[in-house]
Design a protein around this ligand. Structure first.
Ligand SMILES: NC(=O)c1ccc[n+]([C@@H]2O[C@H](COP(=O)([O-])OP(=O)(O)OC[C@H]3O[C@@H](n4cnc5c(N)ncnc54)[C@H](OP(=O)(O)O)[C@@H]3O)[C@@H](O)[C@H]2O)c1
Length: 276
């Protein structure tokens, strides 16, 4: 099998790190990027591995990293837009600055890196992009409205992008994990709204306790997710959406069934809005 070149954002830990490890073990070449390359717990650069600084909120760093990847390996076959975090808190409690920061990383950051790598993939007439969404990109949940909004943005963007890139042999897969056992819910990752509104206090405290209880006992194994993505990267028919883990599968099915039920129930009223 011909060795691929992977370009991964947020490789310092969690899902990004596991994907980097799995690709290296499979004999592929990896550009592992992180805000601080020295935080990536992988052996030093060698013929298979290039580690680079990349804060995805910087378009300039994304360009520089893309150029360095091509200079080193001559191609990029798989882009994994993985870097991200969760901004929690009810909408009214989350400050505008916190919302902007969430979108700068989860949405504009993903745009920056995709924009930097697409010319390379178009030139190759080949490529695969994995965009890390979440079950939060499929179904809205209370206390996570801003995180959900960012992941819904990733979903809509990715679906349209997939159609734009089809003619160039570039495939896009949206990855929708449920809860995976990473540092995602640790204080250094997840952010809770700085402000607090008394009306929401009880519900917010209940949700925070539930998140804390789930932290580091989530049912999803990031190493297994990495293996699944490696197998999709080698498959000729990877899906547009990939639900990762049992809770994600259940949630996507429930959402799809709910959409069908609702649109069918209101069909008559819906079509009544056409010019008669
Ligand atoms: N774990 C889950 O339950 C879960 C569920 C659904 C979706 N996801 C999604 O999966 C992706 C990975 O999450 P994870 O669980 O692996 O979380 P994690 O363990 O917290 O790792 C997050 C990674 O993103 C990086 N990152 C954050 N902001 C960045 C920025 N501005 N530029 C570059 N890198 C940045 C972090 O780097 P630093 O070390 O520099 O902070 C870290 O490497 C995220 O997009 C997340 O939304 C996770």
């Amino acid at each position: 099998m011909i060795s691929k070149v992977w370009f991964i954002t947020g490789s310092s830990r969690g899902i990004g790190l596991e994907i980097a490890k799995a690709a290296l073990t499979a004999g592929d070449r990896v550009v592992a990027t992180a805000r601080d390359r020295s935080s990536i717990p992988l052996p030093s650069d060698d013929r298979q591995l290039l580690m680079l600084d990349l804060d995805v909120t910087s378009p300039g760093q994304a360009e520089t990293a893309a150029q360095a990847a091509v200079e080193r390996f001559g191609q990029v076959d798989v882009l994994v837009n993985n870097a991200g975090y969760g901004q929690l808190g009810t909408f009214e409690e989350v400050a505008v600055e916190e919302i902007e920061a969430q979108f700068s990383t989860n949405v504009f950051g993903l745009f920056n890196v995709t924009r930097a790598l697409l010319p390379v993939m178009r030139k190759q007439r080949r490529g695969r992009i994995f965009n890390l969404s979440s079950t939060a990109g499929i179904a809205g949940s209370p206390g996570a409205s801003i995180y959900c909004a960012s992941k819904f943005a990733v979903e809509g963007f990715s679906e349209a992008l997939a159609a734009e890139l089809e003619e160039f042999g570039i495939d896009v897969t949206i990855v929708e994990p449920g809860p995976f056992r990473t540092n995602f819910l640790d204080d250094r990752s997840v952010r809770h709204a700085a402000a607090s509104i008394a009306d929401y206090a009880q519900a917010s405290a209940r949700r925070k306790a539930a998140y804390d209880a789930r932290n580091h006992s989530q049912g999803g194994d990031p190493a297994n997710l990495a293996s699944a993505l490696l197998s999709l990267a080698s498959s000729g028919d990877a899906p547009l959406r990939f639900a990762a883990g049992s809770p994600a599968v259940e949630l996507v099915l429930k959402k799809a069934e709910g959409l069908l039920t609702e649109v069918t129930r209101f069909r008559e009223l819906s079509v009544s809005t056409d010019w008669q």
